[in-house]
Design a protein around this ligand. Sequence first.
Ligand code: ATP
Ligand code: PRP
Ligand code: MG
Length: 206
Amino acid sequence: MSFQNVTVAIAKGRILEGAKTLWQQSGLLWPVDEDSRQLWFAPSPERPGMLIARARDIPTLVGMGIADLGIVGLDVLEEYPNNHVLQVADLKFAQCRVVLAGQKNQWPEGPTRIATKYQRIAQTYFTIHRHPVEMVSLSGSLELAPVIGLAPYIVDIVDTGNTLRQHQLTEIATILESSARLIANASHWRTKPELEHVRHLLQHEE
Ligand code: ATP
Ligand code: PRP
Ligand code: MG
């Protein structure tokens, strides 16, 4: 079995950390040197090729077939869906929740403003609840929004709840339970012989 013709796209940050553990547990050589800025590692017979990218770009890279496989959070997959991508396994790390949070444990009364980096997930949620909202798109430090008066509510990631507590915020509702997912380019997954080994490994995991 050879990985010579397989490439995996992995999101920077927590996902990369979790992927490292996974690779090492599977007996694969981890090519990333902590101090290096290298984002591309060519495949070798011992391990797949690897590219390291921003989380939101992973569905695009896999959907276009630039990478055969990808590792990314379910939150990102829901926010940036791609028709050419299949979810093939729940890798169980990077577990967190996308939640609605605010200064009181109280559902918003009437139209309100929501700060989030998950506009699609948040908009779908409020549409289902038939609740009018105005979205403010931020790319991080969401917990600031209620403190500085930008928006009374946020839709953001929670794990331990420490960041919310430090900003006197409380969880109102869970919108999505997330964890790292292994994704695949749909047509490569069906047709590429080199991925047979991965399909096999996953069947044994079940
Ligand atoms: P970027 O800087 O590109 O916006 P990011 O903030 O999404 O990246 P990370 O914080 O490493 O990058 O998060 C990567 C993934 O890990 C998220 O998409 C989510 O699935 C999960 N995650 C985010 N925050 C936490 C957390 N506090 N605890 C556990 N998992 C988390
Ligand atoms: C993430 C997320 C929350 C925090 C939640 O931030 O955006 O702010 O973790 O985790 P907790 O419930 O355990 O406190 P991160 O550390 O990734 O910083 P970021 O804003 O740079 O993404
Ligand atoms: Mg983060």
